[in-house]
Design a binder for this molecule. Structure first.
Ligand code: PLP
Length: 471
């Protein structure tokens, strides 16, 4: 399998080459040259497989530069009941007639990002050992991504993590999750500033090419193809649990921010998984809902980006969206460049409303969208508690709200549960007047010793810290 850039760079790459990279050299995103097609016989065979073996089968179609036995071992080591809490790994439960929740948040940090990040940690360790190389991951987080990356990379040979976060701005639970890690290869850096300062620092360090090369700086952000690929697996696993045979369509609703999670659903659908509809659920930061309703993609400025009670979806632009639009415009890199380089660069928006391609988003590609507000979120959390004695986190609540607006009679609707309620306790308390239950292993984590350094919002200070802590 070869990978291309959405912006038309002539080079083709193999999986392990793009594993440790971010953007393609022309600023595009990597995608496979074509989507492998799954026939009904294969689906029938996969239906019976345990999760780790299903993951191996799907990954094998996209990865041909890791020997199959090694890839199989990596999948087996990643997707265990020990790490994810159950043998099913992503158990499905029916909430009401035809509406299901797929549990993706029982990994080490209680958000779905563990599903991909845990695999990435094992792939990184494997590939770095094979190359005899090291990698220093530099990131910025306001919550879920940073902790998922740290729990995936802790103790891994050849990898160090330098994770910046805005000092005092994460929830006490999220801070405790990250800062209580005592592993020597994990470095928490609290920046006196806001999340944007952290992101600016990461950009500034990555733009210093000499520093980047000397200290082998890498990232694990959501545009990484391996993360997206890992997420494709749970669409198949959810489909098999929601149906008894492979001729039945299923719809999915996905709480979305950077469009990584739902893009994996798009890939599963392109492979031939019988997905009826993919519902993109947004919060008040509705850049994606606006596109699917109107055909206009308009990235937001800082003043138009709201801080909401589903904070992991607070985005100004959706960094994986370019992948879907590439398919939408018939994989034409010239058209893609016009939209993402010329139009977005010049106007901060593009308009496909009059383009025949836009009709395909809902038609051929099966996309719908919905939007949820703080009031909707609280109402959904209360309603789900009252009628089904089930607590959902604010992001999953956004999903449920959008899902109910897009039901098709006779087609099961699977809502992806993207985090557990305990991660966002303040909003649960606001909705229900009480604290959500806390899994045993997280009891008292706020009282554990913290391993974190405080640095000013200054890229030079962060560079000096990295230099001092390498070798
Ligand atoms: C990251 C995250 C999202 C958004 O996922 P994308 O892949 O960026 O669309 C939604 N909910 C939670 C809880 C998250 O952590």
């Amino acid at each position: 399998m070869n990978y291309l850039s959405t912006r038309g760079h002539p080079d083709r790459k193999r999986f392990c080459e793009i594993l440790l990279e971010g953007l393609a050299p022309d600023g595009g995103l990597y995608l496979p040259e074509q989507y492998p097609q799954i026939d009904t016989a294969t689906l029938a065979k996969w239906r019976k497989l345990p999760y780790a073996e299903l993951a191996f089968e799907i990954l094998s179609l996209y990865i041909d530069d890791i020997p199959p036995a090694d890839l199989k071992a990596i999948c087996a080591k990643t997707y265990t009941a020990e790490v994810f809490g159950t043998d099913e790994i992503v158990p499905l439960r029916e909430l009401e007639d035809g509406v299901y929740l797929e549990a993706l948040s029982n990994g080490p940090t209680l958000a779905f990002k563990d599903m991909a990040m845990q695999l990435l940690g094992n792939l990184f360790e494997y590939e770095l050992a094979r190359r005899g190389a090291e990698l220093n991951i530099l990131g910025a987080t306001s919550g879920d991504t940073g902790s998922a990356a740290e729990y995936a990379m802790r103790g891994k040979k050849g990898v160090r993590v330098f994770m910046t976060s805005p000092d005092g701005r994460m929830s006490p639970f999220q801070q405790a999750q990250m800062f209580s890690l005592q592993d020597a290869n994990i470095h928490n850096i609290a920046i006196t500033g806001v999340f944007d300062d952290c992101q600016d620092i990461v950009k500034a360090v990555s733009n210093d090419l000499a520093f980047k090369r000397k200290y082998r700086i890498g990232t694990v952000n959501s545009i990484n193809w391996a993360r997206l690929l890992a997420q494709v697996v749970y669409y198949f696993a959810g489909y098999f649990q929601a149906t008894a045979s492979n001729d039945k369509p299923v719809s999915f609703t996905v709480p979305s921010g950077n469009f990584g999670n739902v893009c994996a659903g798009h890939v599963a659908r392109m492979m031939g998984l019988p997905i009826h509809t993919l519902v993109v659920a947004t919060n008040e930061n509705d850049v994606l809902d606006e596109f699917f309703r109107t055909g206009v993609y308009r990235v937001r400025g800082a003043v138009d980006t709201h801080e909401t009670s589903s904070p992991s979806m607070d985005i100004s632009k959706a960094s994986n969206f370019e992948r879907f639009v590439f398919d939408l415009v018939g994989r034409d890199p010239a058209r893609l460049r016009k939209l993402f380089v010329d139009d977005l660069g010049l106007n901060g928006s593009f308009d496909l409303s009059a383009d025949p391609a836009f009709a395909q988003a809902a038609g051929r590609f099966g996309f719908r969208s919905g939007r949820s507000t703080h009031a909707d979120r609280l109402a959904t959390i209360r309603d789900t508690d009252k009628r089904f004695a089930t607590l959902v986190d604010p992001h999953t609540a956004d999903g449920l709200k959008a899902a109910r607006e897009q039901l098709t009679p006779g087609v099961p609707m699977v809502v992806l549960e993207t985090a557990l309620p305990i991660k966002f306790a303040a909003t649960l308390v606001e909705a229900l007047g009480e604290q959500p239950a806390r899994p045993k292993k997280f009891e008292g984590i706020e009282a554990l010793p913290k391993r974190v350094v405080k640095l000013p919002a200054d890229a030079e200070a962060v560079k000096a810290y990295i230099a001092e802590h390498c070798d």
